[in-house]
Design a protein around this ligand. Structure first.
Ligand SMILES: Cc1ncc(COP(=O)(O)O)c(C=O)c1O
Length: 453
């Protein structure tokens, strides 16, 4: 009988408490030993007590009345939630028999964290992996990928850096041995975030404010995380979804293709798996605000304390965020102001990864600015967290604005062989609901096949 690598279902990633207790306890005990394959059962937003890992930001930091809740991704195996889409894509391939251990090499096109996730799960599940990524990402990313035993195939970091990784992957796919975990185009990424992240977000706000979600913000790379918004809207139809882009080269809002400093987002395309129907707003965030914000959170406890942030919160936040997390937090603050949210309202966002892969980015900031004394950090604190307002936010709910995004998607994907009819089918919410519902059949098959001895 055919077997697949032993790993969780979508439902078990959402509710690890539903995993049989022997496997769950073994997984929790193996956290320190990250290359033990049982860690696949630690791919979840939940901690050992089945609570969503999150932080409700101190209002002395955000300066807004509403509650901003950040789901924290750094405790996922491999250090970011991107391991979830990587695993989901691989396990669906195993179920579909398109990816066979020992026969296929896995390709992971990425700006880093997805590549780290691919390298990691391939190590655990016994596949060779090649990560294709631009050569201008933080050095901590390359080190991790190599530590997990994957090969690196670097493309030039230029104006169209992610497109180059896609073109390179397209070329490598000509070898029948290679299979791509194509995060920008394959729907397991959407399924993971809609089911696992979306329902975790819904759980995370219970008991906070009105226990509903007024707005969900996420800066898209692949736009997988934005898929959580679809599930959030099913639970809270009034919820708004905001996509955040780098101000320096916004692609969705302005067709921009330039460089920016928020690693992992702003990948210069409208990804195939981006459900445009559910993007209500686009907000632009200045890239250096995110790097400066991270410097303050990590190295400016005195400045945070002066502003009234509690010592416990200062300590809790220190390692929790990366650069794109600060982008998401700034976006949440801007949207709270734009939507005029009050103390009963909740804005939810995510911290994709933590500080551990950004030390070199902060050292670079210090080199660029020369002065990072307290008086400079104090000014940055105000500029980044307090003065960011409602500028650079556009409403994308009208059909004209949606059409603009559909056109961008066509420009980006017709050239990779997707048909106009397929792209058109994505203009109907039934496409997304149908894709989402496949989760239940995949879960049944994962259980059946992993239990075949
Ligand atoms: C650090 C970081 N932030 C944000 C994102 C964007 O997440 P998504 O691809 O789900 O849109 C990524 C994606 O790789 C990332 O690595």
């Amino acid at each position: 009988m055919r077997k697949i690598p032993f790993g969780p279902t979508y439902e078990e990633m959402l509710n690890p408490g539903s995993v049989d207790s022997k496997t769950r306890n073994k997984a929790l005990a193996a956290i320190e030993n990250e290359l033990d394959p049982i860690n696949l059962f630690n791919i979840t937003w939940k901690d050992e007590n089945d609570q969503v890992r999150k932080i409700v930001l101190d209002k002395k930091l955000t300066g807004v009345d509403c509650n901003i809740i950040v789901l924290t991704g750094k405790d996922f195996p491999s250090g970011s939630h991107k391991v979830g889409p990587a695993y989901s894509t691989l396990i669906e391939g195993c179920v579909d028999q398109t990816i066979i251990p020992g026969e296929h090499t896995i390709l992971g096109p990425s700006t880093g964290n997805f590549g780290i996730g691919v390298a990691y799960i391939c190590n655990l599940m016994g596949y060779e992996a090649i990560v294709i990524m631009p050569d201008n990402m933080s050095k901590e990313r390359y080190q991790r990928i190599e530590r997990y035993g994957a090969k690196l195939d670097l493309t030039p970091g230029t104006e169209s850096d992610v497109i180059l990784t896609l073109e390179r992957t397209f070329k490598l796919k000509e070898d029948p041995k290679n299979r791509s975990l194509a995060q920008f185009e394959l729907l397991p990424n959407y399924r993971f975030h809609r089911h696992v992240t979306g329902n975790s977000a819904i759980e995370a706000v219970k008991g906070i404010g009105n226990s509903r979600i007024a707005c969900f913000c996420s800066a898209p790379g692949s736009a997988g995380t934005l898929g959580a918004g679809d599930q959030i809207k099913k639970a809270f139809p009034e919820a708004k979804v905001a996509a955040l882009e780098p101000y320096e080269c916004s692609t969705l809002m302005n067709g921009g293709r330039g460089q920016h400093r928020i690693e992992g987002i702003g990948d210069k395309m409208c990804t195939l798996i981006h459900n445009i129907l559910n993007t209500d707003f686009i907000a632009l965030i200045k890239d250096d605000d995110c790097v400066k914000g991270l410097k303050i959170i990590h190295d400016g406890p005195g400045i945070l304390s002066e502003a009234g942030v509690s010592p416990v919160e200062i300590d809790k936040m220190k390692e929790l965020f990366g650069v794109s997390s600060i982008c998401n937090i700034i976006g949440a603050i801007k949207m709270a102001k734009y939507l005029r949210l009050g103390p009963d309202d909740n804005v939810v966002t995510v911290a994709t990864d933590g500080y551990d892969r950004y030390d070199s980015v902060i050292r670079n900031l210090e080199k660029r600015y020369l002065e990072t004394e307290d008086f400079v950090l104090r000014r940055w604190f105000n500029d980044v967290f307090r003065k960011n307002g409602v500028e650079d936010i556009a409403d994308y709910r009208s059909s004209e604005q949606k059409d603009k995004l559909f056109k961008q998607k066509e420009k980006d994907w017709l050239k990779f062989g997707y048909s106009q009819a397929y792209l058109d089918s994505m203009k109907d919410m039934r496409f997304w609901d149908h894709e989402y519902e496949k989760i239940f059949a995949y879960d049944q098959e994962i259980v059946r096949l992993r239990e075949d001895k």
